[in-house]
Write a protein that binds this ligand. Structure first.
Ligand code: GLA
Length: 372
């Protein structure tokens, strides 16, 4: 799928709803190759921006209001005080308020939004929206790490989801053809070229996730309890796995996931640099087992879909992706066998699900920017 039609949709929508010539901004969704549920624990993650994106056509309107026309509806969002709506409008207004909190002047804007990032599928449609809106409302002036932090603050403080930095960072800082090795404690990052022999499939489990409900927050709280017991600010600060003996119950399970996932992510970086896709595939499989058994963020459908993908010819490895409780899986596959593998997975899973879920091959794309 190409993203070009979405840019046309955003521009046409602007023309229908508003007047004048807008500027056009784009921010992508993301995959995460490995390093799941470790961003908020200060570990390293390996996401990549993808070729599905949110587009925003934007022009200042001289008023004290954001006037929005989008796929999800229309709305006038006042800028004098934040009014929580419990829907997509919180992401848009939240970004304006987060920009203001960070000391940026915010003025009224007309915004027309179109996105082809699938919603609730674990590929960060909300981060793409936040980052694209942040870029637009700052007139393209706030970029990179600063843009990611403002988008994350919007989600944490105005939407009410205590997410880490990974999704917004990948959307803001992605590099075409590369994964990002991001240290979530320091926000230092390094783009790593993806070999031409690697291809990533995304298959939606058909179970929509909703991270503002409790599961994600309770996993994060368990990690904080474990860190507190072990006397570190963030779990990534634990260097000896033997320290886990001091924990029990859920904090033990969550910490065991985080620490082993950090180790797997280190090994994955080496495997990727060496082009060792068999090893990378094994690490993806091990990540899934840990997310399912210790982090307990998978679902029966996601486990079923992952097992199916892992057993499919041409697939090096597969795992659930993102926060969990539904959403998509990611599979690392040989490029020549990608189409056949995708079809084989879908054929069986569609029978189980009772319908054909969304599935696509993704390419690592550039991060957010203005489209000139
Ligand atoms: C969601 C959050 C991220 C990250 C992942 C799990 O996508 O938004 O910050 O915690 O879950 O790795």
């Amino acid at each position: 799928m190409t993203t070009a039609p979405q840019s046309q949709i955003a521009l046409a929508r602007f023309k229908d709803a508003f007047s004048g010539s807008p500027r056009l901004f784009r921010a992508p969704g993301r995959i995460n190759i490995i390093g799941e549920h470790v961003d908020y624990a200060g570990g390293k993650v390996m996401p990549a921006a993808i070729d599905f994106a949110c587009w925003v056509a934007a022009r200042p309107n001289g008023l004290d209001v954001l006037r929005v026309s989008s796929d999800l509806g229309q709305g006038d969002l006042p800028l004098d005080h934040f009014v929580k709506q419990g829907d997509w409008r919180d992401y848009v207004a939240g970004v304006a308020f987060a920009l203001a909190d960070a000391g940026h002047g915010v003025q009224g804007y007309d915004l027309a939004i179109a996105s082809d990032v699938p919603m609730g599928a674990g590929v960060s449609s909300s981060a793409a929206l936040e980052v694209a809106v942040g870029l637009a409302l700052s007139g393209g002036a706030v970029t990179g790490k600063d843009l990611a932090l403002i988008a994350q603050a919007a989600e944490n403080n105005y939407v009410g989801m205590a997410c880490g930095i990974m999704d917004q960072f990948a959307s803001a800082c992605g590099v075409e053809g590369h994964a990002l090795m991001l240290d979530c404690a320091t926000l230092a990052y390094q783009p790593i070229p993806l070999p031409a022999t690697a291809c990533f499939l995304i298959v939606d489990s058909g179970v929509k996730h909703q991270h503002t409900s409790g599961g994600y927050a309770s996993r994060r709280a368990d990690c904080e309890t474990a860190a507190h017991t072990l006397g570190v600010a963030l779990l990534a600060g634990v260097t000896d796995l033997g320290a886990l003996d001091q924990l029990s119950g859920n904090p033990l399970k969550r910490a065991r996931h985080v620490l082993t996932e950090i180790e797997r992510t280190q090994r994955a970086e080496i495997a990727l640099v060496q082009g060792d896709l068999m090893e990378l595939g094994h690490l993806l499989n091990a990540s899934h087992a840990s997310l399912s058994a210790d982090m307990e963020v998978s679902t029966p459908e996601v486990d079923r879909l992952t097992a199916l993908a892992q057993a499919t010819a041409g697939v090096y490895g597969a795992r659930m992706m993102g926060g969990g409780f539904g959403g998509s899986i990611i599979a690392l596959v040989e490029p020549d066998l990608a189409a056949t593998a995708l079809e084989a997975i879908l054929e069986t899973y569609s029978v189980y699900l009772g319908g054909r879920p969304g599935a696509f091959v993704v390419r690592a794309s550039a991060g957010a920017g203005e489209v000139l």
